[in-house]
Design a binder for this molecule. Structure first.
Ligand code: ADP
Ligand code: MG
Length: 158
């Protein structure tokens, strides 16, 4: 199964889905970490899904949108979660100055909004999550882009 669809009627369901996804992702044995690109228009729910994922791992604080900081990090359950929003990235070189390569390691789970702005400098994704508007609801399509991504989808539907 390389692709998986999920209808999301409201924000609470989005957060719950994020928590369920994170349970799977955080327990995967991995030597290179996990990289997830979150695609979708402004307001589609990329940050909301990320919040569900991060809080699903036990984080009780506020999950801020990294719109101005480019990245927010969380250290939970032996994992480093790096939540990126590259919308305001003007020059991809900024990512080089940040030491972007170091963010992709065996303990890291990288959630990346507006990954297209960092093209060429980011690690390849294991999973691409496309979020589309369906009136007030949303539709998620998960695309596996690696063996790890396929395993995540297999566990989601199991
Ligand atoms: P993005 O990061 O993609 O720009 P946000 O997550 O910041 O989007 O914002 C999504 C907005 O849409 C929030 O205001 C949220 O309350 C609203 N919303 C309405 N329905 C949903 C849904 N089904 N899933 C996620 N967010 C929803
Ligand atoms: Mg956002």
């Amino acid at each position: 199964m390389e692709q998986f669809n999920q209808y999301i009627p409201d924000e609470i369901t989005m957060c719950r889905f994020g928590a369920k996804l994170m349970q799977i992702v955080s327990q995967m044995a991995t030597e290179k970490g996990i990289v997830i690109y979150l695609n979708g228009d402004l307001g589609a729910g990329k940050t909301t899904l990320s919040r569900g994922m991060i809080q699903g791992l036990g984080y009780e604080g506020k999950v801020k949108s990294p719109t101005y900081t480019l990245v927010e990090e969380y250290h939970l359950a032996g994992k480093s979660i790096y939540h990126f929003d590259l919308y305001r990235l003007s020059d991809p070189e900024e990512l080089e100055f940040m030491g972007i390569r170091d963010y992709f390691n065996a303990q890291s789970i990288c959630l990346i909004e507006w990954s297209e702005k960092g093209r060429g400098l980011l690690a390849d994704p294991d999973l691409i999550i496309q979020i589309d508007y369906v009136d007030d609801a949303r539709n998620l399509t998960l695309h596996a882009k690696s063996k790890q991504g396929e395993q995540i989808i297999q566990q989601l539907i199991a």
